[in-house]
Write a protein that binds this ligand. Sequence first.
Ligand SMILES: Cc1cc2nc3c(=O)[nH]c(=O)nc-3n(C[C@H](O)[C@H](O)[C@H](O)COP(=O)(O)OP(=O)(O)OC[C@H]3O[C@@H](n4cnc5c(N)ncnc54)[C@H](O)[C@@H]3O)c2cc1C
Length: 447
Amino acid sequence: MSNERILPRDIFWLGNPYQTGPILWGDQEADVAIVGGGFTGLASAYFIKRRFPEKRIIVLEAEYIGFGSSGRNCGGVAGNMGHNYSNLRKKFGTEKMMQLQRLMIQCVDLVEELIREHKIECDYDRAGRLMVAETDAQAKRLEEEAKDCQQAGAPVEWFEGQHAREQFGCLDIKAAVRYPNEGVMDPVKFLREMKRVVESLGVEVYENSRCIQMIPGTSTSRKILIYTNGGRVIAEDAVLATNAFSDPLRFFRFKVLPLYVYVISTEPLSQAQVEAFQYPGGRGNVFGATNLYWARNLTADNRLIFNENEVYYYYNNDKDYSCRPSSFQRQYELMIRKFPFLKGIRMTHAWGGLIGITLDFLPFIGRTGMHGNIYYSVGYNGCGLAPSQVAGKIIAAMMADEKSDLTDNVLIGRKAFYVPSTPLMYLGLNAYKALFKLEDQRLGGQG
Ligand SMILES: Cc1cc2nc3c(=O)[nH]c(=O)nc-3n(C[C@H](O)[C@H](O)[C@H](O)COP(=O)(O)OP(=O)(O)OC[C@H]3O[C@@H](n4cnc5c(N)ncnc54)[C@H](O)[C@@H]3O)c2cc1C
């Protein structure tokens, strides 16, 4: 049975018509049940099915494909797992950082391989990403980042003075780092195409099918019981791909913090406005070099996607806070301050979404349960589009008991820092944000 559903109109990417798939009804048996229909869920379905074509794989999505942050992001295809190289080197040392770097390079390549192999139409453009320093203090910080990237073997280009200004002529920048191997895409087109791909391989994707309870295997049976609004699945293995949403096991509730981020997008820019950026990277992402950075890129029809990376942790975080007019207004004003040639442009869409933050800013990937048959990858720290594809590959490799860099790296089975209770977390997070803001002031602020 299929179910028509009107999707939110405030999210630019969800504008094209979409018919949701069937609801799961009755009792079903599956080899693998995947909970969550975002990038992680569909990537896991894809890579598991490629390794084990004989397995019956079921994806259970509570709402519709792309309801979570996979359908609400900015479309930046980057391989940095929410971390910068300086921090990674400080935390893990050079060797482990380089191993992670190899994985990160794979992230973007993997996205491109999927696009090529399955002729995925998602307005992908490997336009690179530019990080710009608007003050000398920011330039110093960026230079350190560029050196660490080079040391790790990551392809980056460093620009100073006049050379930097040629990279993004509309701002008086002091320095810039360019990551040439990154891109932009329409994330929802990509997701819906991935749904097509996995279904063509034989994966069953159910929407409007919320997992209400998951009961792991016991000493007498390894089978996992998953209860949904329409039925029940008895599965040999399960994958939790619920990221920032509290999962039905309550497993990540205090390990992955659900934080809101907000984005705005405009009507299509005129050719003169596009040229006014004086940016050879065209549609590509440009980021400021502060902690709570601003970022911009262009859609295929030249709408500006703009956001300020100011995250919000809400006290009652089970409620939906995706509409925050004061944030939309502030971002619009910041956008006009940065790019005065856009004065008067209409903001046509504005939305918010949940990102999953971990206390060490790296995702958790692993397996749990008495039989180690509940796999997970969560907590991408606001940078999961490309990394979630590698996560899907890692989960499939773990399921096959493979021993390789995919299954043996710092992301796998890491012990989680335990996030304290909501009131403490609320205070702690706001204190942390205040520190970030103070540092940003020292770096010369957002402008
Ligand atoms: C505003 C914003 C901008 C961003 N920009 C970028 C960017 O430019 N580049 C980038 O790489 N990353 C970006 N991100 C982060 C990126 O979108 C996420 O890291 C990524 O989408 C995570 O994918 P996921 O599949 O793990 O989680 P989600 O996409 O959140 O998917 C989880 C899914 O699980 C479903 N679910 C939850 N509970 C249940 C249940 N009980 N039963 C069944 N289903 C359930 C949800 O409905 C949801 O669809 C951004 C995020 C936001 C919010």
